[in-house]
Design a protein around this ligand. Structure first.
Ligand code: BMA
Length: 338
């Protein structure tokens, strides 16, 4: 791999968990993370031999020693038609007293964003789908964006015109912005943002038709560098700092290598990108990041800052869970330079 800056070779990476139960036999990866009462809670994607994903739960005894406490059974499994082939890529946040978990709901044809809520991180109530219920063909007719139309025509060739727009990588901000919920999501190949009052609003077709008309105005980030050329997607829910929202994301190149990128969004108006590293923060280096169900994938999906260290949790080759650590001062320096 050739993109990472020399000074970033120092980033500390640890292989955290490889799975041990029957239902996670084929892989555990892409962990959502939240810190509560000084404890790190991890909800991750797990696959058995059938490739239908469920979600499992782990607790870290402490972020330093990386010892895990495991929960023996999946905590969320597919129960609804729209997720019948898998619940994937969870991200967690807490607003007021409720945890919200966003995930990719896959039914074998359509990939959309689902949301579930919980008071204790173990028992979740599903609230349904929150991504646009609009087909590629409808989107072509509604939208004014020539750029997106080109992408959608391509997708129609691959998937069919009556498939619902693929929408993944849903990451909620951990607080309301100007009184509204804010969700980063990914309609290929960019990261967009949607603001809303409650989840019901996102079930309204008119709401999304309006959104699609001017979809280019909803873009937060587009791929610009070679290593993110094919597409980008939000990784961990944004982490608040005094200098802006830190957004970890994944960038996919033309050879399908996934790398971790870092950007900074404006605090009051996260629609505005303030800075972005021109190089990946990290990329697959170790065998356990390079070899797995899908080779050469690092997929950040959870993060927090504690005592000056930025902890990043990520999926490795769709097979394992890793943790990367970097000093927050180092992050500040890098972002300032860019
Ligand atoms: C994406 C998602 C992720 C996965 C990644 C790399 O489309 O399916 O769950 O980690 O591809 O295979």
């Amino acid at each position: 791999m050739e993109y990472v800056m020399k000074e970033l070779k120092k980033i500390k990476k640890t292989l955290l968990y490889e799975g041990c139960f029957d239902w996670e036999k084929e892989g555990v990866f892409n962990p959502g993370v939240i810190v509560e009462n000084n404890q790190v809670h991890i909800i991750y994607r797990a696959i058995r031999c059938d490739n239908y994903s469920r979600l499992g739960y782990l607790r870290l005894k402490s972020e330093k020693d990386k010892e895990v406490e495991k929960y023996e059974y999946p905590i969320i499994s597919p129960t609804e038609d729209y997720e019948k082939q898998g619940i994937e890529d969870p991200r967690i946040i807490k607003i007021d007293n409720t945890y919200f978990l966003t995930y990719t709901a896959y039914d074998g044809k359509n990939a959309r964003i689902g949301v579930a809520e919980s008071k204790n991180l173990i028992n979740f109530k599903k609230l349904g789908l929150i991504s646009p219920n609009i087909t590629f063909l409808e989107a072509l007719n509604i939208s004014k964006s020539e750029r997106y139309k080109e992408f959608w025509k391509q997708q129609i060739k691959e998937k069919g015109e009556n498939i619902i727009i693929w929408d993944k990588d849903g990451c909620l901000f951990p607080e309301k912005i100007n009184g509204k919920y804010a969700l980063l999501h990914r309609i290929e190949p960019d990261i967009q943002i949607v603001y809303f009052n409650d989840f019901f609003e996102l079930k309204d077709k008119d709401f999304w038709e309006e959104y699609f008309r001017n979809i280019e105005e909803k873009i937060v980030m587009k791929p610009i560098y070679k290593w993110e050329k094919a597409k980008i997607g939000a990784g961990a829910p944004p982490v608040k700092t005094e200098f802006g929202w830190l957004l970890l994301y994944h960038g996919v190149d033309e050879n399908r290598v996934y790398r971790a990128g870092l950007a900074l969004l404006n605090l009051e108006n996260p629609h505005k990108e303030i800075a972005r590293l021109s190089f990946p923060l990290f990329e697959p280096d170790y065998d356990w990041e390079k070899e797995g169900n899908i080779p050469n994938v690092v997929f950040p999906s959870g993060a927090f800052i504690k005592e000056g260290i930025f902890y990043i949790f990520y999926g490795c080759a769709d097979k394992r869970i890793g943790c990367a650590e970097i000093e927050i001062d180092e992050i500040k320096k890098l972002l300032k330079k860019s």
